[in-house]
Design a binder for this molecule. Structure first.
Ligand SMILES: Cc1cc2nc3c(=O)[nH]c(=O)nc-3n(C[C@H](O)[C@H](O)[C@H](O)COP(=O)(O)OP(=O)(O)OC[C@H]3O[C@@H](n4cnc5c(N)ncnc54)[C@H](O)[C@@H]3O)c2cc1C
Length: 577
């Protein structure tokens, strides 16, 4: 495999331009439309690189870049454990796509299908019906989702740890469980509230487990009747060791450090069941817990199955070393959803080893991906991706950590400091870097923040109560007689108007050849579900439909899923559609 490739056949004339023709010089060829699916690590960095590399082409209207993501922000996931522990504010670990990608069109929606042969992507926007979007070149980077198993009870009680909403929700939930334990006279309710179970001992699981225990241990000083030793922090790992990313001695050090803090880490143990929070483990242990956090790895985003792109046996997109989709012109991929050959371990052939799904590869691949696409559009040669894995850094709580970088092993404070320094340097945008640094600096002067604002997940509760009693019987009747795919205040007429507004907004913004083909009977959108919850109509999750609880009726021991409204970052520049 050589390092350089001839430019690929990218031109596909005849498709409608994505920007209004007025921006193009008369008689110039139609603009090349680059569609980026996913605005995470790969999507954001690819778009940033393309913006820079194709500055003059963008100015002349020869190229247009569109980024599609259901979230309008990129999440810096390695900071989620610190966010959950309260060391960082949620909005500091996300980056607004619109603010950073000034020369790109950003669509708040999700890809639901891709016909690459016809060069059309099916987009489901946050509000309104799905439509088709034409493109010339596509970057497929929807990342990964939690790799779950069909364990009884998991879907109902399990808590994920991949999004900023989950990190904040988990923090509020854990502090709320301390409140519940401190306020009950029932020893069983108390024990259940103070038992925290984590499944999976990779870096995400270990960091979340260690950071949250550290935060909860600190918080117990404000609860006279809850001692740190009253809590049971349990992590189960199916394999024979934790932290597969670091060497065995460092993993053993981490294990000893956690066990030394009184944390219960069980290796070669699986979760067998957690129905209603009754946790059963493969070693015969049974216990009750309100908190079951699933951090047992990731799998490629299943939306890839709805594309006509090739997939390998692990359901990833097979790529060549220059990040093109193998054997498919005009399609590129990288990050967690892509099988990119690791040239430090093989020759780049289809069956050679591939890069692990982590941020270290995702960021580097994305920068090269942006340059390679720019070069291919400019008729210049592309380059291969080659990066030797540098190692791992993990935080285990305030001032505690473990790191192994280029063979150098660090423990305790130096490792924790390296973790912070490394991730600060990797955090996108100077704006965010400065804000995070100031937050850390200010935190040195004050005590740790242990406030739980779980009520932020129910912003309309007090107003509903003040506005008068809810006619629950009428509401229930209304819900029972309301078809699954509509909401009472969102009539077909309203939805058609919203669709029209939404489609024209996209056309105004991008000039894309958008085809709206869905009928009025589509399923409720996330926005409709949010609006439904705002009205006091709980979202139709399994839990809600089982329990039919109103926010104000919260039972003694509410579980994580009972307050379904996710927390949106409060930054004025970051909004959820
Ligand atoms: C808690 C946690 C801690 C981590 N810590 C580390 C660490 O310390 N070091 C490290 O190297 N790695 C770490 N990682 C892994 C790292 O974050 C990922 O490898 C990296 O985010 C992968 O980048 P990506 O662009 O492929 O996917 P992502 O960053 O996940 O981006 C995917 C994007 O696609 C969007 N999307 C999803 N579905 C669709 C759709 N249908 N249509 C359009 N858009 C869609 C998503 O909203 C998201 O914005 C951590 C991960 C987690 C969860």
């Amino acid at each position: 495999m050589t390092d350089a490739h001839p430019a690929g056949p990218e031109q596909r004339p005849g498709l409608a331009p994505l920007i209004p023709p007025t921006l193009q010089a008369p008689g110039s060829p139609p603009a090349r439309r680059v569609l980026i699916v996913g605005g995470g690590y790969v999507g954001l960095y690819t778009a940033l690189t393309l913006q820079k590399a194709l500055r003059s082409e963008l100015k002349r209207g020869q190229v247009q870049i569109t980024v599609v993501d259901p979230r309008s922000y990129m999440t810096y996931q390695p900071f989620l454990p610190e966010t959950a522990a309260g060391s960082l504010e949620a909005r500091q670990v996300v980056v607004s796509l619109r603010r950073e990608l000034k020369h790109c069109a950003v669509i708040d929606g999700r890809l639901v299908g891709l016909d690459h042969t016809g060069k059309r992507a099916r987009i489901e926007p946050g509000v309104g019906s799905a439509y088709d979007l034409g493109y010339d070149v596509v970057v497929v980077a929807p990342g990964s989702i939690a790799k779950t198993l069909p364990i009884p009870g998991l879907a109902a009680v399990g808590i994920g740890f991949k999004q900023v909403e989950e990190a904040i929700g988990l923090r509020n939930h854990i502090l709320n469980r301390l409140d519940a334990a401190a306020s009950t006279a029932d020893p069983q309710v108390r024990a259940r509230a103070l038992t925290f179970v984590f499944i999976g001992g990779g870096y995400a699981g270990i960091e979340a487990f260690a950071e949250l225990e550290d935060m909860a241990r600190y918080a117990t000083r404000y609860y006279p009747n809850v001692a740190a030793d009253d809590m049971h922090w349990l992590l189960v790992e199916a394999g024979g060791r934790i932290l597969g990313e670091v060497s065995a001695p460092m993993a053993t050090y981490t294990l000893d450090e956690l066990r030394g803090r009184g944390m219960d880490v069980r290796l070669s143990t699986r979760l067998d069941s957690c129905v209603d929070g009754n946790v059963e483990l493969s070693d015969g242990t049974s216990l009750s817990s309100d908190t079951v956090v699933w951090t047992a790895g990731v799998k490629p985003n299943p939306v890839l199955e709805s594309t006509d792109l090739p997939l390998d046996s692990l359901h990833r997109i097979p790529c060549t070393a220059d990040l093109r989709v193998r054997g498919v012109p005009d399609a590129w991929s990288a990050g967690d959803c892509a099988a990119v050959p690791d040239l430090t371990k093989g020759d780049g052939s289809p069956d050679s080893p591939t890069c692990a799904p982590n941020a270290q590869h995702a960021v580097r691949q994305a920068r090269l991906l942006g340059r390679n696409i720019a070069h291919s559009l400019q008729g210049r040669p592309t380059k291969d991706y080659r990066h030797k894995y540098a190692g791992s850094v993990a935080s285990l709580g305030l001032y505690k950590g473990v790191a192994e970088v280029y063979g150098v092993k660090l423990k305790g404070f130096p490792a924790w400091f390296m973790h912070r320094t490394y991730h600060l340097s990797r955090m996108p945008t100077t704006n965010r870097k400065v804000r995070i640094l100031s937050e850390w600096t200010v935190a040195l002067l004050f005590r740790r923040d242990v406030v739980s604002i779980g009520e932020i997940e129910m912003p309309t509760r007090d107003f509903r109560a003040a506005a008068g009693p809810v006619d629950r019987a009428a509401d229930r009747t209304r819900r029972d007689t309301t078809p699954r795919n509509t909401t009472p205040r969102n009539t077909a007429h309203d939805r058609r108007r919203a669709q029209a507004r939404s489609s024209s907004a996209i056309l105004d913004q991008t000039g894309a050849d958008v085809t709206d083909t869905a009928g009025p009977g589509g399923r409720p959108t996330p926005a409709e579900e949010r609006s439904s919850r705002e009205e006091g109509l709980p979202a139709k999750t399994t839990r809600d439909s089982e329990q039919e609880v109103y926010a104000g009726d919260a039972p003694d021991a509410p579980t994580f899923g009972d307050t379904a409204e996710p927390v949106a970052p409060a930054d004025e520049a970051v909004s959820r559609g």
